[in-house]
Design a protein around this ligand. Sequence first.
Ligand SMILES: Nc1ncnc2c1ncn2[C@@H]1O[C@H](COP(=O)(O)OP(=O)(O)OP(=O)(O)O)[C@@H](O)[C@H]1O
Ligand SMILES: [Mg+2]
Length: 295
Amino acid sequence: MEIINRRKRMMSLARKLRREENRTIGLVPTMGALHEGHLSLIHEARALCDIVVVSVFVNPTQFGPQEDFASYPRDLTADAATLAEYNVDYVFAPTVEEMYPGGFSTYVTVEGLSHELEGASRPGHFRGVATVVAILLNAVRPHFAFFGQKDAQQSIILKQMVRDLAFDTEVVILPIVREESGLAMSSRNAYLDDRQRKAAGVLHRALTQARSAYDDGEHNAARLIELVRETIESEPSVRIDYVSINDAVSLEPLDRLDDEQPALLSLAAFVGKTRLIDNVVLEKSRKQDAAGAGG
Ligand SMILES: Nc1ncnc2c1ncn2[C@@H]1O[C@H](COP(=O)(O)OP(=O)(O)OP(=O)(O)O)[C@@H](O)[C@H]1O
Ligand SMILES: [Mg+2]
């Protein structure tokens, strides 16, 4: 496994692998502080691609001025040891100066999708994400790039960017990996103490309850949202930022859910100072399909 710090080295290597050796390249972009969520992406990349590149870069442009860029957990030595164990071929770990050299002035904004939900709470966040992923895709030239459904809106935005700007990469989205308590794995979970970690379990419980209500026929978005809010509010140390139901493809806000279009029930909440996100997709289950077909 080679650790690459330079953009130029990454680019010439990628060119060689792709053009001369005709190898399939998979890229897994991360901000490091690796957990099992990241590892599930790497596992899939390993299964699908000849060459697996994992980028480790805490991207300053996606953090707001009041956010945790400075204190974000960084441990490249530990991450590199984990990545070597998972048979990753290359770790791309550039410095900020390497990614955004002096005079840098080009940013990517995916209009429409970037300003609601996470984008409303974190202005400029998706501009930073789209920009850094565009640079990474150009540097690594992957056939496949892997992202997690935990960041559902990010996945939708990046698919849109890849389509609009004709990147020669297929975006692969993989399911949310959770702790035993149901808490979605996140590097930021490291900020939680034991009591907070326990309290944070309420987020997934609330989403699961709403999913049951949906499966039992509740298709009114406001009522499902209220259900989630009530459950979370029963946990005094958790403060809701937003709870929302949107079309899972267009992110259009929904009043009523139907069985034809999957809906994204997503939320953000603070546990102490730590901001967590989670979501579930509400759609007609295969079980109901089967029952219908058998009817
Ligand atoms: N629990 C998870 N399950 C599946 N994928 C995940 C999970 N957590 C993160 N990912 C994915 O890993 C990739 C890198 O994310 P990132 O490095 O920001 O980790 P993170 O856990 O989301 O950290 P943070 O919560 O601090 O942003 C993203 O595509 C993200 O969606
Ligand atoms: Mg993240």
